[in-house]
Every structure is written in structure tokens, then in C-alpha cells.
Design a protein around this ligand. Structure first.
Ligand code: PEP
Ligand code: MN
Length: 281
């Protein structure tokens, strides 16, 4: 089966819309540039102590972007829903203290402007990939957007969602593969590694991998992250926590601090080897 860019439906996301691939600058980190763009942090904001402890080793690893959700789109209404505005304030203090760019999710129209004030890169999560009102709002905002793939979305549907954002005028857009639902049940989702080169063939947008949500299992995160980088991902979004067993969400997939450091080192090596292979071919 082949999938080609249908320029009539992906007028702005399709590879023939521009002459050079898009590069999105988030606080000096280039998504689609020569180096790997990495964002790390916990699933959700829990407390100042939790955030600062994690931000310390994120910064020490030379990672410039910190991820954590203040508003959490949870499958079950009784699960922790995030600290909301208080969580955003805590993220602002991480930014001030550690000089890290903030990646955080906007889940609805109501809180979008509050998120916009703090975030350097606004995440639209998998569950909202086809929330068209939210996509249009993201298209009107001043911040770059990280658009996750819906759990059941095809590449074409994902690029159509991207089109909603682009067509409102926001061209600073990064795609993120975070796993899709299949019949496989050894992992939380199935990490679709082939969608990375497939997306790069038909779209000019940068694409990163989220091996944390894609696998839901700490032991699978590093191998899948490295596979994503080897397949051409422009970056990684990775969950990490100092004490995963106490995490209020997604602790089972959070890398320990030392594992996070190892991943960053290995992923950067693979990316630079790929760069030199491509330069020599
Ligand atoms: C997250 O990044 O914490 C998250 C909820 O991601 P996803 O939308 O991919 O499930
Ligand atoms: Mn999470």
C-alpha cells in the first residue's frame, strides 16, 4: 500500500506546500534542526518539590525543555485531574529558576489562554486530536503547538488535524507519535515507528516520538525511543520522575533519573551518527 500526499486535503501540511522542511524554534531548541529536540519531565505537576527535583537533573542532562501537565485529560473522572492554574504557576517557577522552556497541555477552550501565558510549546493531546474547536484556537495562538496523534488516527487524519491549526495561521507546528491502539496487549499502545518516516515523506512538519505513552512500560521506553530516533524522529518527549511509585499519574512508564540521563546520551549519539551517515551518502 502506498500513501501519497493528497495536496487538495493537506494544502499546508503536505510536503509540496513549502520548498524547505519546517524547523520550529522553541526557546532556541530546533525541532527539525540538526540536533535532537528533547523534552523531559513528569506526566503531571504534583508539587514544587517534585518539579524542582526533576528539573534539576533535566537541566543537568543539557535538556532545555521541561514537560508536565497542569490540566490532565484522564480516562476516568475519579483519577487525578491535575492542579490546574496552581500547576501553571508552579511551571512558571520552574521556568524562572532553571531557565527551561515549558511544554504543557491545553485541554479545553476555557483554560487555553492561561496555558498560553506559561507554555513555550502547547501540547494538544491524543484525546483532543479531533477537537476541532481546540485545534482552531491553537491555530490562532502565538505559541508553537505540539500535536499528538490520536490513539486511533491514521496518518491522513492526523495531518488533517494539523491542517486545522495551519489554516488558522499558526505554522509553528510539531507532530508527535505517541502510540496507537492495536490488538497487541503486551504494552499500553503500539509504538508506530513506521509512521515517522512515512510522515516525513508526505509532510514537511517536524515529528517527534513519545515512547512513554506509546509503551506505558518503563522497560520498553528506552529501546522504543532509540528506534524512533533511528527512524528519523526529530526529537523525543519523555516522562521521568524521581519517585515513580508515588507519581499521581503514569508512574509505571516514568524513567528513573539515571535512566533518563542514559537515554539522552544514547539518543544523541544515534542522532549524530545518522546525521553523519546522511551527510556521507
Ligand atoms: C501526556 O503527555 O501526559 C498525555 C496525556 O499524552 P497523550 O495525549 O499522548 O495520552
Ligand atoms: Mn502521561
Amino acid at each position: 500500500m502506498s500513501i501519497s500526499n493528497q495536496s487538495n486535503i493537506h494544502k499546508l501540511a503536505g510536503s509540496d506546500a513549502v520548498s524547505v522542511r519546517s524547523v520550529v524554534d522553541v526557546c532556541g531548541v530546533l525541532f527539525g534542526g540538526p540536533d535532537l529536540a528533547i523534552a523531559g519531565g513528569p506526566c503531571c505537576v504534583e508539587s514544587k518539590d517534585q518539579l524542582f527535583a526533576i528539573a534539576r537533573y533535566i537541566a543537568e542532562a543539557g535538556v532545555k525543555l521541561f514537560r508536565a501537565g497542569a490540566f490532565k485529560p484522564r480516562t476516568n473522572p475519579y483519577s487525578f485531574q491535575g492542579l490546574g492554574p496552581e500547576g501553571l504557576q508552579l511551571l512558571q517557577s520552574v521556568k524562572n529558576e532553571f531557565d527551561l522552556g515549558i511544554v504543557t497541555e491545553a485541554t479545553d477552550l476555557e483554560s487555553f489562554s492561561d496555558v498560553e501565558r506559561v507554555a513555550d510549546l502547547i501540547q494538544i493531546g491524543a484525546r483532543n486530536m479531533q477537537n476541532f474547536a481546540l485545534l482552531r484556537r491553537a491555530g490562532k495562538c502565538e505559541r508553537p503547538i505540539l500535536l499528538k496523534r490520536g490513539q486511533g488516527a491514521t496518518l491522513e487524519e492526523w495531518l488533517s488535524a494539523a491542517e486545522y491549526i495551519l489554516s488558522e495561521g499558526n505554522h509553528r507546528l510539531v507532530l508527535c507519535e505517541r502510540g496507537i491502539r492495536t490488538w497487541s496487549n503486551h504494552a499500553r499502545y503500539t509504538f508506530d515507528v513506521s509512521v515517522i518516516p512515512a510522515a516525513k515523506t508526505i509532510s514537511h512538519l517536524p515529528i517527534i516520538a513519545d515512547p512513554s505513552h506509546a509503551t506505558g512500560r518503563r522497560d520498553l521506553v528506552i529501546p522504543c525511543a532509540l528506534a524512533g530516533v533511528a527512524a528519523g524522529a526529530d526529537g523525543l518527549l519523555v516522562e521521568t520522575h524521581c519517585q515513580p511509585s508515588t507519581a499521581l499519574s503514569d508512574g509505571q512508564q516514568a524513567l528513573l533519573p539515571t535512566e533518563f540521563m542514559t537515554l539522552v546520551e544514547q539518543a544523541r549519539k544515534i542522532k549524530s551518527q545518522l546525521q553523519s551517515c546522511n551527510a556521507n551518502s
